[in-house]
Design a protein. Structure first.
Length: 550
C-alpha cells in the first residue's frame, strides 16, 4: 500500500507534537515536584533550628501529613507552595534557619513574641514576594540585613524589641511599597536615614528606645501619608523641622526622652488636625504652650513635662473631649500670680481625663473649687511643688477613682478634709510641706489601699489616729516635722507592711519606744529622732531584720 505523502508528514508531525507536549508537561511536573520538595526541606531545616517547643507546635511537622497542613503553614491553592509562616506567641526557642530563603513563594512571615536568637539570615533577601516581615519581641541580634532591601513587595517590617545593632539601612528607601516600620527597643545606632523620606507610602515609623543620634531628618516632612512617628528614648538632638508639623495626617508624634530643643509653632494644632498623641517630655523645648492646643479636638495624650516651657496655659482646654492624659510637670509655667490656675475650670468639661499634673512649676493663686468637678474617672492628680494657696476643697471627695493625690510643697492652709476617707482607691497621698493644721482625720483608716503617705512639714497636732492600723498596705510613712504629741502609737509600729521608711522625727512624742517596734521586720529606715522619748531601747528592735538606717 502506498502512503499519501501529505498525510504521512501530518501524522509524523502530530506524533512529534504529542511527545513534545508530554515531555514539557512531564518536565513541568518534575520542576513543580522539585520546587515543592524545596519547600518541604526548607521547613524541616527551620524545624531543626528550634530547641524548645513547649506547646508541641512541631508535632504535626512530620510525614505523611503534607507540609501545607502543618501548624502555622499556609499554601497557595494553585501551586501548593508555602505562602505564609505564622507562629506567634508560642514560646518557641531557637534560631531562624537560612533555608527560610528557599521558600520563594512566601508572602508573610510572623514569628512575633517568641525567643528566637542568633541573627536574621541574609537569605531573607531572596524572598521577592514577601509582603509582611514580623520578628518583633524576640532575642535576635546582629544587624538588619541589607538584603532585605531586595524584597520589593514589602509592606511591613516589624523588628521591635530585639537586640539588633548597627544602623537603620538607608537602602530600605528602595522598598517603595513599604507602609510600616517598627524598630523600637533595640540597640540601633547612627542617624535616621534621610532617604526614608522617599518612602511615599509610609504611614508608621517607630524606633523608640535605641541609641539613635543626630536630628530628625527634614526629609521626613515629605511623607504626606505619615500617621505615626515615635522616636522617643534615643539621643536625638537639634530642632524639629517645621515640615513635620505640616503633615495633616499625623495622629501620633512621640519624641520624648531625647535632647531636642526649639519651640512649638503656635498654630501646631491647626496644621495637625488629627493629632491624638503628642509626647515631647524630657527634652529641652522652650517657649509658650501653643494657643492652638484648644483646637486639637481629637487629642488624647499631651505630655510636655520636663522641659523649659514658660508662660500661661491656654484657658479654653474644655474643647478637648477625648483628652485622657495632660502633663505639664517640671517646666517654668505660671508666674506665681492669681490668674495662673484659671484654666483648671475649663478642664471640668474633659470627661475622659484620667491623669493631670502641673507638678514642679510656678503656679500660684488659690486652688479653685472647680477641681472637685474634674472627671470622676481621674486616677492621678499631681499639683505638687508650686505656690498654690487656699484650703484643700473638701468636695474633692467626688474624685472617687483617685489612686494618686499629690499636693505637697505648696502653701495650702486649713485642715486635711475628713472627706478624703471616701477616696478608697487611694494608694499615694502626699500633702507634706504645706501649712496644714489641726488633727490627722481618723477617716485615714478608710484608705485601706494606701501604700505611701507624706504629711511631713506641716503644723499638724494631736496624735496619729489608731485607725491607721487598717492601712495594711503601707510601705512608707512620713509624718515628720509637725506638732504631734502623745506616745508613739503601737498601731503604726505594728504595720508589718512597712518596708521603705517610718519617719516620725521632729515632733513632740513622749514616753518610751514600744516593744512592738520589733514587728517592723521589713523596714529599711526608722527615724524617731528629735522627740521627747525616754527609757531604754527595747531588745525587740533586733527583730527589724532589714533595718539599714536608725
Amino acid at each position: 500500500m502506498k502512503f499519501d505523502e501529505p498525510n504521512h508528514y501530518t501524522l509524523v508531525y502530530q506524533v512529534f507534537l504529542f511527545f513534545s507536549i508530554n515531555l514539557v508537561c512531564l518536565q513541568l511536573q518534575v520542576n513543580a515536584s522539585s520546587e515543592k520538595e524545596t519547600d518541604h526541606l526548607a521547613l524541616l531545616k527551620f524545624k531543626q533550628g528550634i530547641t524548645s517547643d513547649p506547646h508541641g507546635i512541631f508535632n504535626s511537622w512530620n510525614d505523611p501529613l503534607h507540609f501545607c497542613n502543618w501548624t502555622g503553614i499556609t499554601c497557595g491553592r494553585r501551586h501548593q507552595r508555602v505562602t505564609s509562616l505564622v507562629l506567634v506567641g508560642q514560646n518557641l526557642v531557637g534560631s531562624i534557619s537560612p533555608h527560610i530563603g528557599n521558600l520563594s513563594f512566601l508572602r508573610l512571615i510572623n514569628l512575633e513574641s517568641n525567643t528566637f536568637r542568633g541573627e536574621i539570615p541574609r537569605q531573607v533577601g531572596n524572598l521577592f514576594r514577601l509582603q509582611e516581615f514580623d520578628l518583633g519581641n524576640n532575642s535576635l541580634r546582629g544587624e538588619i540585613p541589607l538584603n532585605l532591601s531586595r524584597c520589593f513587595q514589602l509592606n511591613i517590617i516589624y523588628l521591635w524589641w530585639n537586640n539588633l545593632i548597627g544602623k537603620i539601612p538607608a537602602e530600605l528607601c528602595s522598598l517603595r511599597k513599604l507602609q510600616m516600620i517598627r524598630l523600637g527597643t533595640n540597640n540601633l545606632t547612627g542617624e535616621i536615614p534621610p532617604s526614608l523620606g522617599n518612602l511615599s507610602s509610609l504611614t508608621i515609623f517607630t524606633a523608640p528606645f535605641n541609641n539613635l543620634e543626630g536630628s530628625i531628618p527634614n526629609e521626613m516632612g515629605q511623607l504626606k501619608s505619615l500617621k505615626h512617628v515615635s522616636v522617643g528614648g534615643n539621643r536625638l538632638s537639634g530642632i524639629i523641622s517645621p515640615s513635620l508639623f505640616n503633615i495633616t495626617s499625623l495622629s501620633t508624634l512621640g519624641v520624648e526622652s531625647n535632647q531636642l530643643n526649639g519651640s512649638l509653632p503656635d498654630n501646631i494644632c491647626f496644621t495637625l488636625p488629627n493629632l491624638q498623641t503628642f509626647t515631647f517630655d524630657e527634652n529641652y523645648f522652650s517657649g509658650p504652650v501653643p494657643n492652638s492646643l484648644s483646637n486639637a479636638s481629637h487629642l488624647e495624650v499631651f505630655d510636655i513635662s520636663d522641659n523649659n516651657f514658660v508662660g500661661q496655659v491656654p484657658s479654653n482646654l474644655g474643647n478637648l473631649q477625648s483628652l485622657s492624659w495632660l502633663n505639664f510637670e517640671i517646666n517654668n509655667l505660671g508666674s506665681n500670680s492669681s490668674n495662673d490656675l484659671l484654666f483648671l475650670t475649663s478642664l471640668t468639661n474633659c470627661s475622659n481625663l484620667e491623669m493631670f499634673s502641673i507638678y514642679g512649676n510656678n503656679f500660684g493663686g488659690v486652688l479653685p473649687d472647680s477641681v472637685a468637678n474634674f472627671s470622676t474617672g481621674l486616677i492621678a492628680l499631681n499639683l505638687g511643688e508650686n505656690e498654690i494657696t487656699g484650703i484643700i476643697p473638701a468636695a474633692m471627695e467626688n474624685l472617687v477613682n483617685l489612686i494618686t493625690l499629690h499636693m505637697n510643697e505648696n502653701l495650702f492652709t486649713g485642715f486635711i478634709p475628713s472627706q478624703f476617707g471616701k477616696l478608697q482607691k487611694l494608694q499615694s497621698l502626699l500633702l507634706g510641706y504645706n501649712q496644714l493644721s489641726g488633727r490627722i482625720p481618723s477617716s485615714i483608716g478608710n484608705l485601706t489601699q494606701l501604700s505611701s503617705v507624706l504629711l511631713s512639714g506641716n503644723k499638724l497636732e494631736g496624735s496619729i489616729p489608731s485607725s491607721i492600723r487598717n492601712c495594711q498596705h503601707l510601705y512608707a510613712v512620713h509624718i515628720a516635722e509637725n506638732r504631734l504629741s502623745g506616745e508613739l502609737p503601737e498601731e503604726v509600729l505594728g504595720l508589718t507592711s512597712l518596708s521603705k521608711i517610718l519617719n516620725l522625727s521632729f515632733n513632740s512624742f513622749t514616753g518610751h519606744l514600744p516593744t512592738e517596734v520589733g514587728k517592723l521586720k521589713n523596714v529599711n529606715t526608722l527615724d524617731i529622732s528629735e522627740n521627747n522619748l525616754s527609757g531604754e531601747i527595747p531588745e525587740t528592735i533586733g527583730g527589724c531584720l532589714s533595718l539599714e538606717y536608725l
